[in-house]
Ligand binder design. Structure first.
Ligand SMILES: *Cc1c(COP(=O)(O)O)cnc(C)c1O
Length: 462
């Protein structure tokens, strides 16, 4: 290493030590404090950002360096830097650190995050490093095992885009049955993938048991935890290796833009012989594949998302309480055939959801003083009378928006068979148990009486 480069590496030690101290400090805080502050400290504000109490938005594309030695050190990733905004950016870092801390809340291992331009690019970033041809084994088949109860876009990415590349997805139809996962794994399986609670059927599985199964085969478990958010469930704590999010949804409840994230524990379990990938998966994809493929997040979106994240816990608490009331109303309605909501006692997987879905820090909340279950904002229900009846109910909604969206501060509803899960076709929907009279409802922060009144008048039309 050139002397000049080495000098910059030595100079960076203090900055790295300060960051580590901030991280250690944040690990002692409660969830809300992490969500509000992340790693943006008073010292950093005063010394580097003119005292700004809110994380600054750096819209610049690139960072300037003092001389060629600093440039070389930075581009070799030897010093903390943000060089070029496709690779890294200070505002995006604030979001990534906060998300890594929130998903790792209560965990005694380290976590890291790579923010991405969308939930779909987060999923792509999380799976593709495992689907590479390995030296000496180029002709061997590659597969992965995934719950069939996934978001429609995920279903397409797995069954169309991966299949185009000759990679096989093996669908688990009943993810709550661990034997079904086990039967599909062979020596060519690269990872297990599940979503919970799933969109739109609220499927659930035993995370710890599926993680244990994955690790027995030296492969990681990847979980899409979009619907739960870290305020209600943190899969890494239960043994998952990697969590993906459509940050677009509950985390950016305002509805101001698309974003995604990959959060991984350090290290992960994998049978891919790649040291960097195993030791720090999120940083690996951020600095290598995503640098080359370019799906990273814009700084403006990072700031908008951070702004929404600060109130994640209290918002998920309120949305969950509203959703339970709405679910109970629908369950008792004569025109409703069936309601799926993990919080309902009638929900077949209620026992599993009850084991895993807790409002974080409720035992430290003056209102509760004990651990309380919360089940999120998403529910689905089937309307008696089939598809046309479901359309009439959807069309009758006056306050609730008809939109292919969820996790909003406003209630939104859709019929997945003709929207989010249209492309996967009837057979794909049968695999994922999505009938065409199913309405997906994401309950917002309106007063629940008004949401119920809107549903009541819409149901009166059939
Ligand atoms: C919306 C959604 C995605 C895709 O996220 P985008 O941000 O729309 O790309 C992935 N998983 C789940 C569960 C979702 O609801």
């Amino acid at each position: 290493m050139r002397d000049g480069v080495a000098r910059y590496v030595a100079m960076a030690h203090e900055e790295q030590a300060a960051r580590r101290r901030a991280w250690q400090e944040a690990k002692k805080w409660r969830f809300d404090t992490v969500a509000v502050h992340g790693l943006y400290t008073v010292e950093e504000a005063i010394q580097r950002n003119q005292g700004a109490i809110i994380e600054p938005i750096y819209l610049a594309t690139s960072q300037a360096y003092r001389d060629s030695d600093e440039l070389e050190a930075a581009l070799a990733y030897l010093i903390p830097t943000w060089c070029y905004a496709r690779i890294a950016n200070p505002s995006v870092y604030y979001l990534e650190w906060t998300l890594a801390l929130l998903e790792g809340y209560g965990c005694d291992f380290e976590t890291a995050c790579c923010a991405t331009s969308s939930g779909m690019s987060a999923i792509m970033s999380a799976i593709e490093p495992f689907l590479v041809r390995l030296p000496g084994k180029e002709s061997e088949p590659i597969n992965f095992v995934a719950s069939a109860h996934v978001y429609g876009g995920t279903f397409q990415q797995f069954s169309v885009r991966q299949r185009e590349k000759g990679i096989e997805v093996r669908w688990v139809q009943h993810p709550e049955r661990v034997e079904e996962w086990a039967e599909l794994i062979d020596e060519h399986t690269r990872f297990l993938y599940g979503e919970l609670p799933s969109n739109p059927t609220l499927a659930f599985f035993d995370i710890a048991a599926v993680a244990e199964l994955a690790h027995k085969h030296q492969i990681p478990l990847i979980v899409d935890s979009t619907v739960a958010t870290p305020a209600l469930l943190r899969p890494l704590q239960h043994g998952a290796d990697i969590v993906v999010h459509s940050v677009t949804k509950s985390m950016t409840a305002s509805g101001f833009g698309i974003a995604g994230a990959v959060i991984a524990r350090k290290p992960i379990v994998t049978n891919i012989p790649n040291e960097q990938l195993r030791e720090d998966f999120a940083s690996y994809i951020k600095f290598l594949p995503n640098r080359d493929n370019g799906p990273n997040l814009s700084p403006m979106q990072a700031a908008l998302t951070l702004n929404d994240l600060r109130t994640l816990r209290s918002r998920m608490d309120m949305l969950s309480e509203n959703a339970l009331l709405v679910a109970e109303f629908l369950e008792s309605h004569p025109k409703v055939e069936k309601v799926s909501y993990p919080g309902l006692k009638s929900y077949p997987l209620h026992h599993l959801a009850r084991r895993y879905m807790w409002l974080v820090d409720s035992e430290h909340d003056q209102r509760y003083r004990e651990k309380v279950n919360r089940y999120g904002h998403l529910l689905s229900f089937c309307v008696k009378g089939g598809h046309e009846a479901a359309r009439r109910v959807l069309d009758g909604l006056q306050r609730i928006f008809r939109a292919t969206d969820l996790g909003r501060i406003k209630s939104v509803a859709t019929i997945p068979a003709i929207s989010t899960h249209q492309q996967q076709g009837e057979e794909g929907r049968k695999l994922a148990s999505i009938p065409d009279n199913l309405i997906r409802l994401s309950v917002g922060a309106e007063h629940p009486d008004d949401i119920i009144a809107d549903l009541d008048q819409a149901l009166a039309r059939v």
